[in-house]
Structures are given as structure tokens and as C-alpha cells.
Design a protein around this ligand. Structure first.
Ligand SMILES: C[S@@+](CC[C@H](N)C(=O)[O-])C[C@H]1O[C@@H](n2cnc3c(N)ncnc32)[C@H](O)[C@@H]1O
Length: 325
């Protein structure tokens, strides 16, 4: 294995239009050069990755989106009455914005702010949303909140609803999730609201199935990260050399997704390289699962003393409506 970390002065190495920042280059290369190589899950979301994720949410085995949406449908009126009309609805990691849009009637927000790292995909989604909801103020904000939460500076301070569905909080380690919950709390005045979806601990087989669909869409989503990395750092990963591996790690209470080398491969990029032995893995995602009581305690510790928990009948998924205290 060789490293160019001492010599990180190069500009973006390729001519493509997928221009990551210098910070991106450095972080990606550092991750690839770790003894156990890692790529951060935020790199799943190039345009194709966003589209593949949309397909994943329609798969029968992928219960989180279906069940979370059912919980929202069943509890929207109650939640809407508690929050009141006219809020600024801030959707963190908005994706295709469909979950927030499903709540517009019940919440009657004054302003909708969709925050996501995937700016081009978000632009396209918001164009369609503005046509569907011409009377709502709709804004997009491109931000990478893995380095902390940053919101547009002109947002009203009062009557904010932070919306964080999809169990994206599970991509943080529990410690980092606490930090992020506290960051969210700092963006809320007393009585401000947080609506957050969290996937729950359940039978290992159900979890394994959700991340190993028979059509191979999740595998494509996972492997596509290598194409994105190739464009960002000019590396020469061939996705055919890496197999999707996903399993529930019961002790750690998390789904782990990896890419496993199918043969010995030397991966190169301008000024650097990494050798992968056959069967060596690159870790691409952790998705932590929680017990509802544990997550409620985390919310309270993060500064949300009032928490209402909504579960589906089988207790597979949870939505927490928390109020800043
Ligand atoms: C699992 S999807 C959830 C999408 C949607 N909220 C839902 O529940 O269906 C995660 C979303 O968060 C965005 N995302 C991932 N990492 C991010 C980061 N570090 N900063 C901002 N957005 C991020 C992705 O682009 C993607 O749209």
C-alpha cells in the first residue's frame, strides 16, 4: 500500500462534472488507506445513487419506508394539531421529499426547506414540487451535515419543525447521533419541534432481508458508490470486482454494508494506490437500530424533554415527535 497523504496539493484529477471539494478528496483517500478501508455513506448519493435509493424504497423487503409512511399517515392529523399551522418545515436529507410532501396537508407549513447533499437531484425534485404546491414557499439548501448542521441564515427562528425521516440518524454512531441531535436542538427555540424516524431492533432475518433484496437493487446502490468515488478522486475501481455484502451485527445493533474484493486488485488514483486482497472489504455503511426507550432517552438527553412515540403494530419502526425544552 502506498500513500500520497503527505502530498495532497493536487487539484481535482478528472475532467468530469462531479467536482467534489478538496476536503472530499482527502477524506476519501484517507478512508481508502485505512487498514480496514471505509467509504462514507454520503457518497452513495450521486444522481444514480439517489434514483437507486428511490427504487429501494419500493421493494417489498425494504420495510422502513413503507412502515414509516404508514405511521405518518396514521398520525398526521394528531401531529399537525400539536405543531399548529404555519411552521417552517426543515427536511434534513430530504431525498425525493415525498415524506414531507405527504404531511403538507396536515401540517400546513408556511415554508418548506429541503436540505440535502445531492444538489442536482434535489433541484429536479423541487421543480416538480413547486408545480404541485404553487402556494407554498419551497427552498432547497445544499449542505453536508456530516461536518455539523448548517441552515440558511434567513430562516425564521420561531415555529420551526425539523424533519429527519428515513432512519438516516442510524448512519451515525450512537455518540455521533447524540451530537447531531444536540445540533438540531441548537437550531430550535423553546417549544420548537423535531419529527424523526428511527428503525428498530428486530428479528435478524428481517433486517438481513431488507438489505439483501433478490433483485439486487441494494447491491447496485452499494456498488455504485465506487463509480462515484472514481469520478471524485480519479480512481480505477471496477465495480465487477466488488461484491455487495450486508448483514445485521447483533452485538453492535447495526446493519453493516461492505464491498468485498472478488480477486486481488491494485486500485490506483493520481499519486496514490491501495492493494485489496481477495475477500478484503470496504465498509460503506452502518445503520444502527434502536430500542424505542433508548432513543427516547437520547432525545431527552439532547434537550427534548417532551417526546411522543409512534410505532407500527409490529413495532418495526418508530417516529418520535419531540419538543425542545
Ligand atoms: C436514506 S436517504 C433518505 C431520503 C428521504 N429523507 C427518505 O426518508 O426517504 C438519505 C438522504 O440524505 C442525504 N444525505 C446523505 N448524507 C448526507 C449528508 N452528509 N449531508 C446531507 N445530506 C445527506 C442523501 O442525499 C439522501 O437524499
Amino acid at each position: 500500500m502506498t500513500s500520497d497523504l503527505h502530498d495532497m496539493t493536487f487539484k481535482h484529477p478528472n475532467d468530469g462534472d462531479d467536482q467534489g471539494s478538496f476536503g472530499d478528496h482527502q477524506a476519501i483517500i484517507q478512508g481508502l488507506l485505512m487498514e480496514s478501508a471505509t467509504i462514507a455513506p454520503k457518497y452513495f448519493y450521486d444522481d444514480l445513487g439517489c434514483r437507486l435509493f428511490e427504487v429501494i424504497t419500493t421493494l417489498p423487503a425494504y420495510y422502513p419506508t413503507r412502515i414509516e409512511s404508514e405511521i405518518f399517515r396514521a398520525s398526521a392529523t394528531t401531529i399537525g394539531a400539536q405543531i399548529g399551522e404555519g411552521a417552517t418545515l426543515i427536511d434534513l436529507g430530504a431525498g425525493n421529499c415525498e415524506k414531507a410532501a405527504g404531511l403538507f396537508d396536515a401540517l400546513k407549513p408556511k415554508r418548506y426547506v429541503a436540505v440535502d447533499i445531492a444538489s442536482d437531484f434535489l433541484d429536479g425534485v423541487l421543480k416538480g414540487l413547486r408545480e404541485r404546491y404553487p402556494n407554498l414557499v419551497i427552498e432547497g439548501h445544499t449542505s453536508d451535515f456530516s461536518g455539523g448542521l448548517s441552515l440558511p441564515s434567513d430562516l425564521p427562528q420561531h415555529h420551526r419543525l425539523m424533519f429527519y425521516p428515513g432512519s438516516s440518524i442510524g448512519n451515525f454512531t450512537p455518540d455521533d447521533a447524540m451530537t447531531f441531535l444536540k445540533d438540531i436542538r441548537k437550531e430550535l427555540h423553546l417549544g420548537g419541534h423535531l419529527l424523526i424516524g428511527v428503525d428498530l431492533i428486530k428479528d435478524d432475518r428481517l433486517l438481513d432481508m431488507a438489505y439483501n433484496d433478490p433483485l439486487g437493487i441494494t447491491a447496485a446502490f452499494n456498488r455504485n458508490i465506487l463509480n462515484h468515488i472514481n469520478r471524485l478522486i480519479g480512481s480505477d475501481f471496477d465495480i465487477a470486482d466488488f461484491k455487495h455484502v450486508a448483514f445485521y451485527h447483533r452485538e453492535e445493533k447495526r446493519i453493516e454494508m461492505h464491498l468485498e474484493a472478488q480477486r486481488d486488485r491494485l486500485i490506483q488514483w493520481p499519486k496514490g494506490e491501495r492493494h485489496f486482497r481477495k475477500k478484503e472489504r470496504i465498509q460503506t455503511e452502518y445503520s444502527y437500530k434502536y430500542h424505542p426507550d433508548t432513543f427516547e432517552c437520547m432525545l431527552k438527553a439532547a434537550g427534548f424533554p417532551i417526546v411522543k412515540t409512534y410505532l407500527d403494530d409490529r413495532g418495526w419502526f418508530s417516529v418520535f415527535h419531540a419538543e425542545a425544552g
